[in-house]
Design a protein around this ligand. Structure first.
Ligand SMILES: NC(=O)c1ccc[n+]([C@@H]2O[C@H](COP(=O)([O-])OP(=O)(O)OC[C@H]3O[C@@H](n4cnc5c(N)ncnc54)[C@H](O)[C@@H]3O)[C@@H](O)[C@H]2O)c1
Ligand SMILES: O=C(O)C(=O)C[C@@H](O)[C@H](O)[C@H](O)COP(=O)(O)O
Ligand SMILES: [Zn+2]
Length: 368
């Protein structure tokens, strides 16, 4: 793989500020880990798919800085992003007598990252943690910004905390082993940044999607860096989602309903978000925010990325009601009113409610 100079994006959050490093072979780059606070122990959290690929490399690098490097390997999949799995991280921390300086390292995709971050937020009321994302989705989105948590059968990410990592280390080389379906899932969150914040980036994705799909190293480096810059710009202004940050939820009101409604892991998060963005774009169009041409461009790009654009039936007797019930659990809902991220004009998004009849029509059209 072509070597690129390490690039850096800063998340500015006063005393919780940190850097995202983006480069190749960073799992073995001792200097990337050298600036972390001194501690005697580290705990690497990974899963049964990622561990055989990358755990020994990270372990070797960390053993130069930490006297003890413990590991815990979780079962793989969204279906395991729940309380019992979280508990295995606490079990490992306690079994190894980890103190409050022990640093957790999340080595894996968004599932490992969200659970490790939440475990770090809770263990002894807070220990340091570092994100080492190995999926495209985690490198462009989930490792950044401090949303951590687990799912509940009733809704996605319903239990969690805002808790920032000390650092994010994106080794682009790990993306070469990612299954094609997971690469596509990551592209959903990359595409997301265009309509909500940066139309120049949207056009760049349209022009470079084939390079991204063929894992061209420079294209991936640009996609990760620009995505992180946009997320840094949003999170830097609104860490705990008082307002602006909710634009990062574009496609997620519908998407989370799909994930929970089908059962976690049936559709990947990125697949549900891809389809959810098409539905949210359709809603934006019906509300008068975007024209048919831009709606078609979003739909085409999502489909070209290998993502679904037809929504699943969640209930064969009353599908619309089932979607509505699931969306009422969404964290953006207020006093029972469902809120959507809508595109006001290409590159600008806002959060707002919508008439039920319009939402029903969008669901019916998307499931057709
Ligand atoms: N915290 C946030 O801001 C945020 C943002 C977006 C998504 N998320 C969450 O992230 C999760 C989705 O993350 P994801 O798409 O990374 O899924 P994931 O963590 O399930 O990883 C996807 C799959 O790829 C495998 N894998 C990981 N790295 C690999 C590699 N380099 N080579 C081969 N296989 C590899 C994993 O084992 C898994 O099977 C969801 O739970 C979602 O809710 C959180
Ligand atoms: O960082 C954010 O803010 C996001 O909304 C990013 C999303 O891609 C991500 O899926 C997030 O976990 C969704 O947050 P939630 O608060 O709706 O659970
Ligand atoms: Zn997401």
């Amino acid at each position: 793989m072509t070597m690129h100079p390490v690039q850096s994006v800063r998340i500015s959050l006063a005393e919780r500020s940190y850097d995202i490093s983006i480069g190749t072979d960073l799992l073995s780059a001792t200097d990337q880990f050298a600036d972390l606070p001194k501690a005697s122990a580290a705990l690497i959290v990974s899963n049964e798919t990622v561990a055989p690929l990358y755990l020994s490399r990270l372990q070797a690098t960390l053993s130069l800085s930490y006297r003890q490097v413990h590991t815990v390997v979780l079962p793989d999949g969204e279906a395991y992003k729940h309380l019992d799995t979280l508990n295995t991280i606490f079990d490992a921390l306690l079994a190894h007598h980890c103190d409050r300086k022990t640093t957790l390292f999340a080595l894996g995709g968004g599932v490992v990252g969200d659970m490790t971050g939440f475990a770090a937020a809770c263990y002894m009321r807070g220990v340091p943690f570092v994100q080492v994302p190995t999926t495209l989705l985690a490198q462009v989105d989930s490792s950044v910004g401090g949303k951590t948590g687990i799912n509940h059968v009733m809704g996605k990410n319903m239990i969690g905390a805002f808790y920032q990592p000390l650092k994010v280390i994106c080794d682009l080389g790990t993306l070469q082993t990612l299954p094609v379906r997971e690469l596509s899932a990551g592209l959903a969150e990359v595409i997301k940044y265009g309509p909500i914040a940066d139309m120049e980036f949207f056009v760049w994705i349209e022009d470079n999607l084939d390079r991204l799909l063929s894992r061209d190293a420079s294209a991936l480096a640009h996609a990760v860096k620009r995505s992180c810059e946009i997320k840094a710009w949003v999170v830097g202004q609104d860490e705990r989602e008082a307002g602006l940050r909710a634009i990062l939820n574009f496609g997620h009101t519908f998407g989370h309903a799909i994930e929970a409604g089908l059962g976690y892991g049936q559709w990947l998060h990125g697949e549900a978000v891809g389809c959810g963005m098409v539905m949210a774009a359709e809603l934006s169009h019906r509300l008068g925010g975007i024209d048919a041409d831009f709606l078609a461009r979003i739909r085409t790009l999502v489909a070209r990325a290998g993502l679904p654009v037809t929504a699943p039936i969640l209930d064969s007797t009353n599908n619309v009601a089932r979607y509505m019930d699931l969306m009422r659990v969404d964290k953006k809902a207020e006093a029972g009113e469902i809120k959507f991220v809508v595109i006001q004009k290409p590159g600008v998004a806002a959060v707002q409610g919508a008439p039920d009849a319009l939402v029903h029509a969008v669901i019916q059209a998307a499931c057709a």
